[in-house]
Design a protein around this ligand. Structure first.
Ligand SMILES: Cc1cc2nc3c(=O)[nH]c(=O)nc-3n(C[C@H](O)[C@H](O)[C@H](O)COP(=O)(O)OP(=O)(O)OC[C@H]3O[C@@H](n4cnc5c(N)ncnc54)[C@H](O)[C@@H]3O)c2cc1C
Length: 400
């Protein structure tokens, strides 16, 4: 059994999801030490099926972190997506509408794997299965983190704590309640997701507004599909056989989709609730929240992972500036800069969710409003451009 230890590092990062791992890598590139503490095992983190669409800023960050090689080889560049309503498809030509911008389909599991492997290859410290993590004295210049590993308590002394521990993490929960404001909207439905090793129904993503509810035909590669169905929050995953899923998806698609859909056994199936959530501020003395620890979006706009990446960009730059230039300007403006970007992505994700889903409390008149809005947006260049511009992601310095 190991003995209790006290270690010193510059940045203690809580959470080895995409935020924590990307931050660790960017700091390492700048010669700044960090230790990552993760509650789960590495295999568990890699097994979580989540996001799959990367914006250009996220792609650029993977390159900056030196882990972009496999992504460029295996990721699929998408210059558009389709929207299906009233039985008809309309293509949003993102590339043409945004002056050449695209997104890339590359799974969050792959992003995580690339970052984990780079960290391991560089011999950087990550403590998996770190239990009872607690954070202390972040209102001083000498914060500390405590955790237990194999039943032994350890302490890390550091300059900064990065709270990259997701929505249910310990960092946000440790902030005094009177120092934090939380904004939240919970949606009255969830997304039932199914992953299968079958070729995608289309080369591009299809967002479906159907009288039976929303559906999304997404993908992870040319041989792996990810499909989603809007379902009531009361549905239980055990009730959804693969056959029932495929049958319901067919009913929400158009004739072409029904014809081309290739079905097969699920390799993962789960129901995720939808939530809009923002914490203000994101900095508390020497503690910074990044990614899902500070905000959640409904996945409709494909923004969760991308927002996490841009928080980390702002945070790594601020920390590097602190150590290299002895300037606190970056850490002082961290929260404000992130929130400005976050609220725009929150707004888009909420709006896109409202446009594409059936809300149980809405009557037929709201479906008519949705149809009219879709008819306007998809037949107006200005309307389509607004969707495209938000979907590919606003520039990091938008509005500055
Ligand atoms: C089911 C689901 C589907 C999603 N689909 C999409 C999508 O299609 N598109 C999209 O853009 N986004 C999607 N998202 C959102 C996206 O996955 C997240 O925004 C992204 O994972 C955020 O990364 P993160 O590192 O900030 O948080 P997380 O990925 O949640 O990582 C946080 C890490 O911290 C660890 N941790 C938590 N508490 C502690 C603790 N006390 N001590 C130590 N470690 C701790 C956790 O185990 C975890 O590994 C989805 C999310 C979910 C849950």
């Amino acid at each position: 059994m190991t003995n209790p230890s006290t270690t010193r590092t510059q940045v203690a990062i809580i959470g080895a999801g995409p935020s924590g791992l990307l931050l660790g890598q960017l700091l390492h590139k700048a010669g700044i030490d960090a230790i990552i503490l993760e509650r789960q095992t590495g295999e568990y983190v890699l097994g979580r099926i989540r996001a799959g669409v990367l914006e250009q800023v996220c792609i650029d960050l993977m390159d900056e972190a030196g882990v972009g090689e496999r992504m460029h080889k295996e990721g699929l560049v998408h210059g558009g997506f389709e929207m299906l309503y009233h039985g008809k498809r309309h293509r949003i030509d993102m590339n043409a509408l945004t002056g050449g911008k695209n997104v890339m389909v590359y799974g969050q599991t792959e992003v995580t794997r690339d970052l984990m492997e780079a960290r391991e290859a560089a011999g950087l410290p990550t403590v998996y299965e770190a239990h009872n993590v607690s954070i202390h004295d972040f209102d001083s210049t000498r914060p500390r983190v405590k955790y237990e590993k194999d039943g032994v308590e350890h302490t890390i002394e550091c300059d900064f704590i990065a709270g990259c521990d997701g929505f249910h993490g310990v960092c946000r929960a440790s902030v005094p309640r009177n120092a934090i404001t939380e904004y939240e909207k919970v949606y009255p439905f969830g997304w039932l997701g199914l992953l299968s090793d079958t070729p995608p129904v289309s080369d591009e993503l299809i967002y479906v507004n159907s009288p039976r509810g929303f559906a999304l035909c997404s993908q992870r590669s040319k041989t792996r599909s990810r499909y989603y169905l809007q379902v009531p929050l009361t549905d239980r995953i055990e009730e959804w056989t693969d056959e029932a899923f495929w049958q319901e998806l067919r009913l929400r698609l158009d004739d072409e989709g029904r014809e081309k859909l290739v079905t097969g056994p699920s390799i993962e199936k789960s129901i995720a609730p939808l939530r809009s959530f923002v914490t203000e501020p994101l900095r508390f003395g020497r503690l910074f929240l990044a990614g899902d620890a500070g905000h959640i979006v409904p996945p409709t706009g494909a923004k969760g992972l991308n927002l996490a990446a841009t928080d980390v960009k702002y945070l790594s730059s601020a920390i590097i500036e602190f150590f290299d230039e002895k300037s606190e300007a970056g850490i002082d403006s961290y929260s404000q800069r992130c929130l400005r970007r976050i609220w725009k992505a929150e707004r888009f994700s909420w709006w896109f969710t409202a446009l594409m889903h059936r809300f149980p409390e809405d009557g037929p008149i709201v479906s008519k409003f949705q149809e009219a809005e879709l008819d306007y947006l998809l037949n107006s260049e200005a309307g389509s451009r607004s969707i495209a511009e938000n979907y590919v992601g606003l520039p990091l310095n938008f509005g500055e």
